[in-house]
Design a protein around this ligand. Structure first.
Ligand code: ZN
Length: 254
């Protein structure tokens, strides 16, 4: 029987698995309902990410079932106030079994008000890299206005697995990630540098995220990132959904 292109496309899309590489599930008023709704629409993997002591505990509690995995860490904007709780991360990871990375951690030079504060961020970042290296788990990087310094620190610590959340670099900088085998996570926000980065980088190094509810509304907003990548790479969205989900699974060993 004749099958229209549109219906073939729909069936491909239906068969493919969606994933959100970075969201803040604990910040939704009803996280369980958000997961349920997303699963009903093909979502198969959600990385719930922390960033401060309170969020990390909530992320640990939400990381259950087959879909939701957790990432815990002290983000650069909390490095000043909460550096002490970095000591708790190891026990949190070991006690959970579903926490698969340390993040979001890194440098945020838009938040740092002085060189001293930049130093405090770097110190917190490096302490957490050491923890991830000890546990042999990946890190999820938050880098704003500090990409060069961030990569320098990763190189110095011989970090093998890093996923750059909300990657803000250009094409040349995307290549630096690719060379190291790192992942570039694409948010549902388009700009010139991001389009260039997507064009340059190998699709094997690409995953999609929403950063919801901070940026995207729900994890289903990965569709907007997939649409942007699809236009640039010329790969159908359904196929891309599967590729990015497979990339995420391979990278995190899940
Ligand atoms: Zn985030």
């Amino acid at each position: 029987m004749y099958q229209s292109t549109a219906s073939i496309y729909r069936s491909v899309q239906h068969a493919s698995e969606l994933s959100d590489a970075h969201c803040h599930l604990n910040l939704f008023p009803n996280p369980e309902a958000v997961v349920k709704e997303a699963v009903a629409h093909g979502m198969r993997l959600i990385l719930a990410t922390g960033g401060c002591a309170k969020d990390n505990l909530q992320v640990a509690a939400l990381s259950k079932g087959e879909i939701v995995f957790g990432i815990v860490g002290i983000a650069p904007d909390f490095a000043l106030k909460e550096a002490d709780s970095i000591d708790d991360l190891k026990a949190l990871v070991k006690g959970s079994g579903k926490i698969i990375g340390i993040g979001e951690i890194g440098l945020d030079y838009k938040v740092a008000k002085s060189d001293e504060e930049k130093g405090i961020q770097a110190d917190a970042f490096e302490r957490q890299i050491r923890i991830a290296n000890d546990l042999e788990i990946p890190i999820v990087v938050h880098s704003r206005g500090a990409l060069k310094e961030t990569i320098h620190i990763l190189d110095r610590h011989h970090v093998r697995r890093a996923m750059f959340h909300f990657f803000e670099g250009n094409g040349k900088e995307a290549k630096e990630l690719e060379e190291r085998g790192y992942l570039m996570s694409v948010p549902p926000v388009a700009n010139r540098a991001r389009k260039e980065a997507i064009r340059e980088i190998d699709i094997k190094n690409v995953v999609v995220e929403t950063d919801s509810p901070v940026v995207g509304k729900t994890p289903m907003d990965v569709a907007k990132a997939l649409e942007m990548i699809s236009k640039i790479k010329g790969i159908p969205q359904g196929e891309l959904a599967q590729i990015t989900t497979d990339n995420l699974r391979e990278f995190f060993y899940i």
